[in-house]
Ligand binder design. Structure first.
Ligand SMILES: NC(=O)c1ccc[n+]([C@@H]2O[C@H](COP(=O)([O-])OP(=O)(O)OC[C@H]3O[C@@H](n4cnc5c(N)ncnc54)[C@H](OP(=O)(O)O)[C@@H]3O)[C@@H](O)[C@H]2O)c1
Length: 357
């Protein structure tokens, strides 16, 4: 049910950091500026960063949450992308920081060029919200010029070189991993990944050519063997100290390689092999913000935005499948007690925690 713009309330409920707690409070409904759209939020998706920021780096006054879906209810001036009131969108924002706004609210705003329209009759708001940050991170990690620099082949046939290029995805059942597998396969690459055995068949159904158990002591050998010792690109979607080291180890020794990690680099990882380029992906930089020592990246934003315009078609054609959804009841009031708790307990496995708002 859409909200006519004259009925937009002046205040709305939002989750905000107060001391060590996150509280649901009445806040001013965000105003929209240049290139911004206001969305009546219908579903939110939780990411590890939301939980980790709250647990380890709480910031007084921060509006919580990054991923949301809903209907556009108001347009700011000079939108970069053609959107209209009533459009259903999947959106992200740099949440959990002061000065901005968060996704975990009844109304949230973001920039027109980092949302994609949910095609009618395809995904629910809950499914589409599972396709926000993890999709953007996977895209940026694979195709970003500063990251793996792979070639997109969503509209064109892959070259022979592409078809013979092996990509290793560490953590294929994570949200980022699931999209990385799908995107790399859509572009024609060969993909090997690791996950718990219960997720192997699922990851093959997403396109993975081979899947192994990351707890298997012979995992590195098996991954290298299946790819004929020819892996040149690795996306580490887990990015612990140990996984980053493994990421370098699976690369073919006879040629230069590239590794991209979703979290800060392990100390000394760049020195393990001088012919391996190691980088960190950060989607906030592609949204135009600096984060954790990385600067805003306007080029990355343009490339991401162009891709997001293609996402509705990929979804409509069934080429891009969303992460299986684990839906929690209770709305915004239960996000911290139930959703954050579930994620912090390490139970997430090949699923996205979502709430209806
Ligand atoms: N830099 C960025 O811009 C950016 C953006 C988004 C996310 N991230 C980060 O990326 C990471 C992944 O996020 P996400 O939302 O995709 O995570 P997620 O879906 O919550 O990850 C859960 C998955 O991790 C897998 N896993 C856990 N430990 C593993 C290990 N040692 N080896 C292989 N797989 C393992 C589990 O696999 P099994 O159940 O199969 O065991 C589970 O399916 C997080 O650290 C997040 O903060 C970064």
């Amino acid at each position: 049910m859409s909200v006519p713009s004259e009925n937009i309330p002046t205040t709305c409920k939002a989750l905000v950091q107060e001391g060590k707690e996150i509280v649901l409070k009445e806040t001013p409904t965000p105003s929209v500026g240049e290139n911004e759209v206001l969305v009546r939020v219908r579903a939110i998706g939780l990411n590890p960063i939301d939980v980790n920021t709250y647990r380890f780096f709480p910031t007084e006054g921060a509006y919580i949450g990054c991923d949301f879906t809903g209907e556009v209810v108001k347009l700011g001036p000079n939108l970069k992308v053609d959107l209209k009131v009533g459009d259903k969108v999947s959106a992200t924002i740099v949440g959990n920081s002061v000065g901005g706004r968060g996704a975990f609210a009844q109304y949230a705003k973001t920039f027109s060029d980092i949302v994609w329209k949910i095609p009618e009759g395809t995904l629910s708001f809950e499914q589409a919200v599972a396709t926000a940050s993890p999709l953007n991170a996977a895209f940026q990690a694979l195709y970003g010029a500063k990251e793996l620099g792979l070639t997109q082949h969503f509209d064109s046939a892959p070259s022979e070189g592409t078809k013979n290029t092996w990509v290793f995805v560490y953590g294929g059942s994570s949200g980022v991993g699931q999209f990385a597998i799908q995107l790399a396969k859509l572009s024609g690459y060969k993909v090997v990944t690791v996950a718990s055995p219960r997720n192997h068949e699922f990851l093959k159904s997403l396109g993975a050519d081979a899947v192994f158990d990351y707890r298997d002591p012979d995992m590195v050998k098996k991954v290298k063997d299946v790819a004929g010792n020819n892996i040149s690109h690795v996306l580490d979607a887990i990015a612990g100290n140990d996984t980053q080291l493994t990421a370098v180890k699976v690369l073919a020794e006879h040629k230069p390689g590239k590794v991209v990690a979703v979290l800060p680099l392990a100390e000394g990882i760049q020195d393990v092999r001088k012919d391996v380029q190691v980088a960190v992906v950060n989607i906030f930089c592609s949204y135009g913000f600096g984060y954790a020592g990385l600067g805003p990246d306007d080029d990355a934003r343009r490339v991401l935005s162009a891709f997001l315009q293609k996402v509705p078609e990929l979804v409509k054609d069934g080429k891009l499948k969303c992460i299986p959804v684990k839906k929690f009841e209770g709305g915004l009031e239960k996000v911290v007690s139930d959703g954050f708790e579930y994620i912090a307990s390490g139970k997430v496995s090949a699923e996205k925690v979502v709430f209806t708002v």
